[in-house]
Design a protein around this ligand. Structure first.
Ligand code: HEM
Ligand code: HEM
Length: 169
């Protein structure tokens, strides 16, 4: 049966993911494009790498909840396109996470608590995955902008979609 409602877990994970992804995109592109000190750049890169690793299990649970929701309810009638675009957002986020891990040119430090080994030690492949990471981030940034504009457009024409992502049933 089609359901117009998200569960409380889906709501919480949507807003947690949105906060992290917007932070990582804005800070990642800012330190890349703006003239900042090497110390500031390294600090932001360290924080972002640590947060990104912690985000991976959050994203895995969120994806599992979405797949379960789609299996039980399918896409909402008349909203197939929106549903497919949401799936594309999931896929591009997964690509950003995978390329981020694979591009690491040093061991992966998580706030100094744990150190994971560098997955690929060939600098040529690290560079290729960095290029892919930047490309996937550009795509994700565009999808997020489109997503927020679509929410605003629906609210303006009187379709209260924000309420769906705010109030659980
Ligand atoms: C949704 C998750 C992520 C987002 C939104 C994100 C976003 C970004 C952005 C916008 C940049 C700047 C563009 C670039 O240089 O490519 C960047 C760079 C970077 N990302 Fe990610 N990233 C994510 C996940 C990861 C993961 C999982 C890792 C590794 C564990 C990672 C490691 C890095 C590194 C090392 C840089 C280069 C920093 C530098 O030295 O300039 N990222 N990321
Ligand atoms: C201020 C920023 C944001 C607002 C206001 C917002 C709002 C919403 C709303 C209202 C919905 C429900 C749409 C519907 O059911 O038709 C939704 C769903 C969704 N949003 Fe966002 N969102 C924001 C940021 C993000 C970000 C940064 C991402 C990830 C990159 C994201 C990914 C998704 C996905 C994948 C869905 C589909 C539902 C699901 O999680 O399975 N959103 N969002």
């Amino acid at each position: 049966m089609a359901s117009t409602h998200y569960t409380p877990a889906q709501l919480a994970l949507h807003w947690l993911s949105a906060a992290f992804i917007i932070w990582a995109l804005v800070m990642g592109f800012s330190v890349m494009l703006l003239d900042v000190t090497p110390t500031f750049k390294a600090t932001i890169a360290g924080v972002n790498v640590s947060l990104s690793i912690l985000f991976i299990p959050v994203f895995a649970v969120r994806t599992w909840l979405r797949l379960r929701h789609l299996r039980d309810h399918g896409h909402r009638p008349g909203e197939r396109l929106a549903g497919v675009i949401h799936n594309v957002i999931y896929a591009v986020t997964a690509l950003v996470l995978v390329t981020g891990v694979l591009m690491m040119d040093r061991p992966i430090q998580v706030f100094g608590w744990v150190t994971l080994p560098q997955p690929i030690t060939d600098p040529v492949w690290d560079h290729r995955f960095h290029t892919l990471h930047a490309g996937c981030n550009g795509l994700l940034g565009m999808l997020v902008a489109l997503h927020v504009l679509a929410v605003v457009k629906h609210e303006v024409v009187g379709k209260p979609v924000l309420r769906r992502m705010w109030v659980a049933r």
